[in-house]
Ligand binder design. Structure first.
Ligand code: HEC
Length: 138
């Protein structure tokens, strides 16, 4: 399963878009927009979480909870707000915030390309890079 995740990462890099760069930029965006709730490591709870009715989930086990496959399309929709996270969820929508004129193409696990704004692509790439296939706690 680890091999498979690595393969997905390699494909997602695509021509002309440096994967490592995406991870770094994505981490910066994550620290700025997401860490207050999801924690700086995407696995714990940030200061905002205390005040929330619904606890932000550990984002490093999205792949583990999806049979080892990072659910890229779903994650994109959850972040940009196309797919509300839960009926009464507190997760804000970041589509407008992360939207820009530049786009990148990510490769879905099926091999199909998915076009997203560059910043959303970077956040997704960062999240994909922190996936742990060890048993999750939630
Ligand atoms: C105000 C707090 C808050 C912020 C900021 C926030 N989230 Fe969330 N997030 C949540 C909560 C709470 C949930 C849990 C489910 C819900 O809302 O229904 C969640 C769920 C998610 C999920 C779904 C996880 C799953 O298990 O299906 C993803 C993916 C996610 N967040 C990514 C992000 C990213 C990326 C950012 C930054 C761009 C971000 N979140 C910013 C609170 C937040």
């Amino acid at each position: 399963m680890l091999m498979r995740l690595a393969t997905t990462l390699a494909i997602a890099a695509g021509p002309g878009w440096a994967q490592s760069h995406g991870v770094e930029e994505g981490r910066d965006l994550f620290l700025y927009f997401c860490a207050e709730c999801h924690g700086k490591d995407a696995a714990s709870l940030g200061p905002m979480a205390e005040m929330m009715a619904l606890q932000p989930p550990d984002l490093t086990h999205l792949a583990a909870r999806n049979y080892g496959e990072f659910p890229m399309a779903a994650v994109a929709k959850q972040i940009d707000g196309r797919q509300p996270v839960a009926a009464h969820g507190d997760m804000p929508m970041f589509g407008p915030t992360l939207d820009e004129d530049q786009f990148v193409t990510l490769a879905l696990p099926s091999g199909q390309p998915m076009m997203v704004s560059r910043s959303l692509g970077n956040v997704i790439t960062y999240l994909q890079s922190v996936q742990s296939l060890a048993e999750g706690t939630d």
